[in-house]
Design a binder for this molecule. Structure first.
Ligand code: FAD
Ligand code: DLZ
Ligand code: SF4
Length: 508
């Protein structure tokens, strides 16, 4: 009997559990471009173009491989524009009475498949290193779920950069050697750019016509959209950027959106690359002496440490995770998150890069747009939706713990042991932005003072009850307490003026 095999837009992998369970002889693969997915948040057009082009090419690849594939394009007049609707239509056309799929990366879609008009059996998504059960086992009984301890388990489990039971170089973590400030004459190679072929051009045209008025640009599209392209991008990264990856991991430079970052997350998250091959490529380059240990270890930690840990948190914490708001932040997301129209050079740079590329690197996400959001008390749901919209690598399983947890502390400290907040000094230390900013980073109060400086103290003062006993924050509270009272009052009233300007929609 015919069964349907649903393959979602971020499940473009040959080793997908649902494909392994299916039969080329009897089953029909269903793939569909649908408005329900493009519109549940108004995704960046570049992200949609990437996914649709990659979906079309993966469907063609499955056909070549002997599968029967039913593919619905967005502009098909018969398209019901939802995943369950397309399953029903496929069932009616083929006589199938049930479907199988690999577990989606979002509770919303898991629930939709549970309620679908035909029964859908879900298989675990074993393209990850750590299963839900294994993460539960690790987390069970621990007071704090710190990534570093999880990461060590994953190193032991994979044997990556291990010498017997010991980590290579006798240290688990070489971050001490990372995070230098970028020198002036730095010339990062940037990601491998792929010229769009006919399939991608057609998709870009469709996306322009349908989503051209949305936030974000699809111009100069250069993403890889198939496995061969993604593999070439991996090789390019390992050869050209990985050797310097660790050194400048936190550095930010005007006009250099990519630095030495991998630009691989859209490919890994959509299934075009697997965690294992990516890590093995980094390990091999280190073994060959082409890449220093701090770079290889740092990169592997992001993949088998952070990425797996973040996914574990999403599925462990459950569907209510995205609505948490431990700091009771309620301010509306300012318009400049959508326009980049602000005098804060750091924010404007991050937002403009994001509009153009559907990308910003980790420190821009965490210490610029994320930092501003938590300092000024923006509603974490609105912040989280923004991140889900704007990045080509964003799916809820990975976006939500990074935003709600790591960046906004809205989960009350499940992911982060203290909030990631800083004044302008940190941004100045890691970037060249402040040099050309309208605001002055060295000015702590008064007209022209860097908003991060003011909002930082306001944040600490506002949340004193929660954070003053946190040993990692004690020093900041004692610095605040040592300031003379008039100065403290000026800081708080200047911060209040900035927040009032935000609320009135005035330019800051
Ligand atoms: P690199 O800096 O070169 O890192 C290498 C790889 O490590 C990435 O490709 C990614 O697969 C993985 N990685 C690194 N850090 C993380 C992390 N914290 N969580 C998961 N994977 C990680 N990453 C996403 O994939 N999707 C998101 O929606 C997303 N939202 C984020 C929101 C905020 C507020 C923050 C602070 C981080 C977010 N991240 C997200 C994590 C990280 O910023 C991106 O994975 C990274 O910037 C992707 O670019 P890259 O490939 O150049 O990464
Ligand atoms: C993100 C996305 C978009 C924009 N469009 C589609 C689509 O048309 N069809 C599809 O199958 N998947 C799409 N996706 C990916 C899904 O939203 C993703 O599978 C879920 O968010 C779970 O991670
Ligand atoms: Fe950002 Fe402040 Fe530096 Fe301006 S001065 S770039 S607002 S940190």
């Amino acid at each position: 009997v015919t069964r349907l095999i649903l393959v979602l837009g971020d499940q473009l992998s040959d080793n997908l559990s649902a494909l392994r369970e299916g039969s080329k002889e009897t089953d029909v693969v269903v793939m569909a471009e649908v408005q329900a997915e493009t519109d549940y948040v108004p995704h960046h057009p570049r992200k949609i173009a990437f996914l649709f082009a990659a979906m079309r090419k993966f469907a063609a690849h499955l056909k070549d491989d002997g599968w029967t594939v039913r593919y619905t394009t967005l502009d098909d007049v018969e398209n019901t524009q939802s995943i369950p609707g397309e399953l029903l239509r496929a069932a009616e056309a083929t006589g199938a009475e049930e479907a199988i799929s690999t577990e989606p990366g979002e509770f919303r879609l898991i629930a939709a498949l549970e309620d679908a008009p035909i029964p859908v059996h879900l298989f675990p998504d074993d393209r990850f290193l750590c299963s839900h059960a294994e993460f539960e086992e690790w987390a069970e009984g621990r007071k704090e779920l710190r990534m570093e301890w999880f990461y060590r388990e994953m190193r032991r489990k994979t044997g990556l950069m291990m010498e017997g039971d010991e980590p290579a170089g006798d240290k688990w973590n070489f971050d001490h050697d990372n995070r230098k400030r970028a020198p002036k004459d730095l010339d990062p190679p940037g990601p491998l750019r792929h010229a769009p072929d006919k399939v991608t051009e057609d998709v870009i045209e469709l996306v322009r016509a349908r989503f051209g008025n949305r936030y974000g640009s699809v111009d100069d599209f250069w993403f890889a959209t198939d496995r061969a392209g993604a593999l070439a991008s991996l090789e390019h990264f390992v050869d050209h950027s990985l050797p310097t990856f660790g050194d400048y991991q936190d550095a930010m430079v005007s006009g250099q959106p990519f630095m030495f970052h991998a630009l691989l997350s859209p490919y890994i998250n959509a299934g075009l690359l697997g965690w294992q091959e990516v890590c093995e490529a980094a390990e091999a380059a280190w073994q060959a002496g082409d890449v220093p240990i701090n770079a290889a270890e740092g990169f592997i930690r992001q993949i088998i440490g952070w990425r797996e840990y973040i996914r574990g948190i999403y599925f462990r914490e459950g569907p209510d995770y995205t609505s948490r708001n431990a700091l009771e932040a309620t301010r509306a997301l300012p318009d400049f998150y959508w326009t980049g129209d602000t005098d804060m050079k750091c924010v404007s740079e991050a937002v403009h890069t994001t509009m153009a590329e559907a990308y910003a690197h980790h420190i821009q996400r965490l210490m610029v747009t994320g930092n501003f959001a938590i300092l000024s008390g923006l509603d974490p749901q609105q912040v989280s939706d923004w991140y889900l919209v704007v990045y080509a690598d964003a799916y809820e399983w990975v976006e939500a713990p990074n935003v709600i947890g790591m960046s906004q502390f809205a989960d009350g400290g499940v992911v982060a042991s203290k909030p990631y907040v800083s004044g302008g000094n940190y941004i100045n230390k890691m970037s060249d932005y402040c040099k050309t900013c309208t605001y002055s980073v060295s000015q702590k109060t008064g007209e022209g003072a860097c908003p991060f400086n003011l909002l930082y103290w306001d944040f600490l003062n506002r949340h004193r009850d929660r954070f003053e006993n946190n040993p990692r924050m004690a020093q900041m509270y004692s610095t605040w307490d040592r300031m003379d009272e008039t100065r403290r009052e000026t800081v708080l009233s200047d911060a209040a003026s900035i927040l009032a300007r935000l609320d009135e929609g005035k330019r800051i």
